[in-house]
Design a protein around this ligand. Structure first.
Ligand code: PLP
Length: 379
């Protein structure tokens, strides 16, 4: 029998009630029933982002909100500091360079978190840098960066903003936008929001809106000021992703019902259980010092063909996980524990990992990972 469990770090599983909501007949995006949905979603997004500011809703994947942040806040020839600790850090640089923004990279070994002191040094050396771009959770390595400490450095500088890619952080661990002075926070629908891909979100602080006024980079579709004006009327600038936003209403209702504190505690426990399970098999984590609760990156043991694991574990055991990206291809596998994932999903994922490792010739003590995980999950 074929039954697949989706444990990739995006897309993630979508709950049944959210799927049902998205299957409703299409309504018009300018008519009152849909505007009522947007009105509700607008408030619930503020709860998720922990902000009093508007959260813009964009019809794109997360990268659209990243690109939107660059083109709406910066101007040609601006300098921006970029934390490059993985594939998605590199994406900030690529977007900046595509628009003529000078990226000043802080290169961090993949698997490590950036040291805030290094950011302080680069900021001191570049007082004219207009922005600091980073990931709260670098999905390609499973690392969590010290956003709070870095945001405090930026908050003290009038002419610099912090722009946080929280695509696998929001709804995973605590990231209070206003309390930490995060100027721009972006996320996407297909991670902890438990939706299909296709929506992106961006919150902007007052300081960030000042930058928007000064920005001269070209923009048309991702025009944040235009989106803000429309959101005031419970609309989006262009045709809304009607079904996805109706699904969002259902997924945010779930998040509110669980409560952020409980959601973070649940995800943290699943993440700790996964890490303990992996270690019990004698495997190493790529990011043991600063693991993100979004996904666990596991080093493929010496002598095992890591490139085979994702397809074998999916085809033979029905569990979808992700491999590594760029130079980590074949070297790591990544298991997600964000969003609509529970105890039994983690146990199944670990059991499948044991099976596949054994198939590939790695000695496994049957049930060792499951036992270690259960000890945490049962506590
Ligand atoms: C941290 C992070 N940033 C950016 C992206 C890119 O998002 P998308 O593929 O939705 O454009 C991802 C997707 O996995 C991500 O995890």
């Amino acid at each position: 029998m074929k039954k697949t469990l989706l444990l990739t770090p995006g897309p993630t599983p979508v709950p049944e009630d959210v799927l049902e909501a998205m299957a409703r007949p299409i309504i018009h995006h300018r008519h009152e029933p849909f505007r009522a949905v947007v009105e509700e979603v607008k408030e619930d997004l503020k709860y998720l982002f922990q902000t009093g500011n508007d959260v813009l809703i964009l019809a794109s994947t997360g990268t659209g909100a990243m690109e939107g942040s660059v083109v709406n806040l910066l101007s040609r020839g601006d300098k921006a500091i970029v934390v490059q600790a993985g594939k998605f850090g590199e994406r900030w640089t690529e977007i900046c360079e595509a628009y003529g923004v000078e990226a000043i990279p802080i290169d961090v070994e993949w698997g490590k978190a950036v040291d805030p002191e290094e950011v302080r040094t680069v900021l001191d050396r570049n007082p004219d840098a207009r922005a600091v771009f980073l990931q709260a959770s670098e999905t390609s390595t499973g690392v969590r960066h010290p956003v709070r400490e870095i945001a405090a450095l930026v908050a003290a500088r009038e002419n610099t903003v912090i722009v946080v890619d929280a695509i696998t952080a929001l709804g995973v661990f605590d990231l209070p936008t206003d309390a930490w002075n995060l100027d721009v926070v972006v996320t996407g629908s297909q991670k902890a929001l438990m939706l299909p891909p296709g929506l992106a979100f961006a919150s902007l602080s007052e300081k960030a809106w000042r930058f928007v006024k000064e920005s001269n980079l070209p923009k048309y579709y991702f025009d944040f000021a235009k989106e803000k004006k429309n959101l005031a009327k419970n609309q989006t600038a262009y045709t809304s992703s009607v079904s996805l936003i109706i699904g969002l209403q259902a997924s945010l209702a779930r998040i509110k019902e669980e409560g952020l504190e409980n959601l973070f505690a649940r995800t943290d426990k699943l993440a700790r259980a996964t890490r303990a399970g992996v270690r019990a098999l004698g495997l190493e984590l790529l990011a043991p010092e600063a693991p993100s609760d979004a996904c666990t990156a596991i080093k493929v043991p010496e002598g095992i063909d890591g490139a085979k694991i994702p397809s074998l574990i999916r085809e033979k055991y029905g569990v979808a996980v992700a491999g590594g990206q760029a130079h980590l291809k074949g070297k790591i596998i990544r298991i997600s524990h964000m969003g609509y994932v529970n105890t039994y999903d983690i146990i199944s994922g670990l059991a499948a990992l044991e099976f596949v490792l054994r198939d590939l010739g790695f000695p496994v003590e049957t049930g060792a990972s499951v036992k270690a995980a259960l000890e945490i999950l049962a506590s």
